[in-house]
Design a protein around this ligand. Sequence first.
Ligand code: HSE
Length: 362
Amino acid sequence: MSPLRIALLGYGTVGSSVVHRLTRADAVRDLTLTRIFDRRADVKRRAHADLRGVAWTTRIEDALCSDADVIVETIGGLEPASGWIQDALRAGKSVVTANKQVIARDGECLLRLAARQGRQLRFEAAIGGAMPIVRAVADGLAGDRLTRIVAILNGTTNAVLSRMDATRCAIDDAIRDAQRRGYAEQDPCLDLDGDDARAKLAILCGLAFGLRVTPEEIAARSAASVTSADVEAARRDGATIRQLACASHDAADSTLTAWVAPVAVPRHSIFGRATGPQNAALITGAHAGEIGVSGAGAGGDATAVAVISDLLAIARDRAAIVPALILKPPKCIRGFGEIADFRIQISDCESRMSDSFLAEAV
Ligand code: HSE
């Protein structure tokens, strides 16, 4: 079988790591990068003159109409990325994307389009960086009836909060450090305010519970106002503050409870132990109970692992069908206001909303 030909859209943090994996000495067999689209291709091409056999372009049509089998989208943002994914599928390409905003808003339609076209749309990189949570929920645990997901889904906020805890620095210093390391979104408010985690949680609600939920329907409290004093108070309690994303589904009355917020978690829990850009998730099923996954949740190299894994899945079985999502809206979505008790049981420990945020949230 000839290698899978790949055209990349966007040579940023994730895109450049994907290129690195596809072209360097330990390049992945069966995958060949043929084209890179980037608005600044002329400048970037000069800095990467050693990339042989790869055509750079500033014209999106050159990538979408090329002989590539798969388009890898690492541009981010809703538009034009969503339109280009549609164009790629219509042109008979499979698509691998890291774009949580697009999948949260348009994933259902795009998966249907992919199935109609006999092509694949894969998006492991949209959630959790290298932590394989999309496959865990959609495939590995498909045999269970999932009832709850509690997770750290934003690596930047985790890096900020864990640095505040480790170095006792102020939040602004910790944010600058995360930006320097290349974890943050272009607008870091998307990380700290919870918008990034809400998009990822909305996708997980579709995969885990079959529910159509928009990110805006998920309640959120920002982590931007966490202070050194909050972190110290949590420490005195044997806890540390993390941004948790939580969704639980009561199928009997079709009620979803979903929120993203800074929460005091026990230091020894899976969440307290997640430091830097790590993500972690506890997924609860009616039959298997609690399953945990954790690992590098942001950064170019970690996210490129998820992209390459999706590419390899396509290379292994080019005719595979990624099942369309059949979603329905829940009858009722609850956030903070309607929850009487903010405590959540996590395995053998109990987590609680840190007091200052609890006061604001109710
Ligand atoms: N800004 C995101 C994060 C990137 O920090 O988790 C990975 O989705």
